[in-house]
Design a binder for this molecule. Sequence first.
Ligand SMILES: Nc1ncnc2c1ncn2[C@@H]1O[C@H](COP(=O)(O)OP(=O)(O)OP(=O)(O)O)[C@@H](O)[C@H]1O
Ligand SMILES: [Mg+2]
Length: 463
Amino acid sequence: MPPTAALQPLDLIYTAGPVTKRFHEDVVSRVKLLIGPFGTGKTTAAGWDLIMLASQRVKKSKDGVRRSRFAVIRNTWPQLRDTTIKTYTNWFPELYFGKYTVTDHKYLIRQKGWEVELIFKALDEPESVRDLLSLELTGAHFDEVREIDETIFTHLMGRTKRYPSKKETGDENSFLTTPQVVLTTNYPSTQHWLYKKFVETPLDGYTIYEQTQAENSHNLHPDYYTDLERDFADRPDMLRTLVRGQWGVTVMGRQVYTEFRRETHVSKKPLKPMRTTVIRGWDNTGLSPACVITQLSPTGQWLILKEFCGEDVGILDFTEMVVSWCNQAFHQGVFYKDYCDPAGKARQSNLKSPADYMKQLGIMVADGIQDFKIRREMVAKRLTYNPNGEPAILVDPSCTTLIDGFEGGYAYPQIGSSGVYKPEPAKNRYSHIHDALQYPATKLLWTPPVDQTRLKLPSIGIV
Ligand SMILES: Nc1ncnc2c1ncn2[C@@H]1O[C@H](COP(=O)(O)OP(=O)(O)OP(=O)(O)O)[C@@H](O)[C@H]1O
Ligand SMILES: [Mg+2]
């Protein structure tokens, strides 16, 4: 319903933060993703984008009214009802903007010269999904898109750019600019389809807008983020994605290193190579070779300077890459110690072993200890040891696979859905670099258990 004389004017003040402003100004992308920590104004921004901006970028229908239609989608009905619809109707109250129909979850906004139809859809009912995929839409908003299946998103793309039709506007192209699909979400893991589509291999016409806690903090309680930091202190995975706003790790099972703390064990600044011995750890078996480049500081702190994670690459090419990086990074006369999986020395029939190939490039690898319990223990000991208040292991921030693995990517897989976990970690993209880290740990940091029988002293026979 349009404002009437009896109504007080609506005091609708919306000031977008810096990232959100750029998000609104983008009229070129086909899909724009607004991503950030809790409470940065993402859902609000999407509502504004659709209702106040995108709705004005369609051509007028023959009767002189601009008409647009958007689907607003959320994973489940309770989430849609309790948060997304509430945000939309709080910012754009029915009294001033139009009519929300509870039975079919539609909001028809009617203003002078323009109309917007919002169709709210939750994906937890098959019927609702069927309906959604038969709509003729201008664009759409996926709220908390990290919870939504990629197939639904892709299918829905085919339902957009279809309203208003040529028939309604009498024009070949009914749109003044490209109709857009808007996505809002907290950060998912780097394994998520969003990461692949927007970061890893960005698709043409897909743009990401990344907010920080600062984006909307002036509209939140002053203690909002400090309190959340405390509340999520024992859930580093959620602290990182939901509170701090960074891409996370999907924990598939039980984390191997619960002792790891990002704020303690990841260096705030890049670590600098020193002139001391370089200790390298290798996982040189299989087609995903991995290598860590490390050094011990004068105070005994184990510094992990660099990681190399190969995918579908032979050991010779991989080793060459590592060697050439080291030649550039370290002083010429520096010594190297190399440790690897003893299995890397195994030959198949008359073929060369991975260690033989490495030897060709001048690398003589020593065996680490293969026993998984010892390997884990040696690294875990470093994680819990803080001599002089300094962590005994410090990782360069560039080692993202290693860090993500520490935070839960490297995990014991569950046996079915039994709640019971296998005793050894799953082989995945995090396990190779962690294997590589463990071999030198077993040699540098492990002292074999003392044989008690040999320690027995003759009794002195004090009476
Ligand atoms: N531009 C703005 N001006 C004033 N208040 C705003 C603005 N943007 C958001 N807010 C307010 O900030 C709070 C958080 O907004 P919103 O729910 O849109 O954030 P969100 O990023 O979607 O949160 P979540 O991560 O929980 O989904 C709400 O109270 C909202 O009304
Ligand atoms: Mg939201």
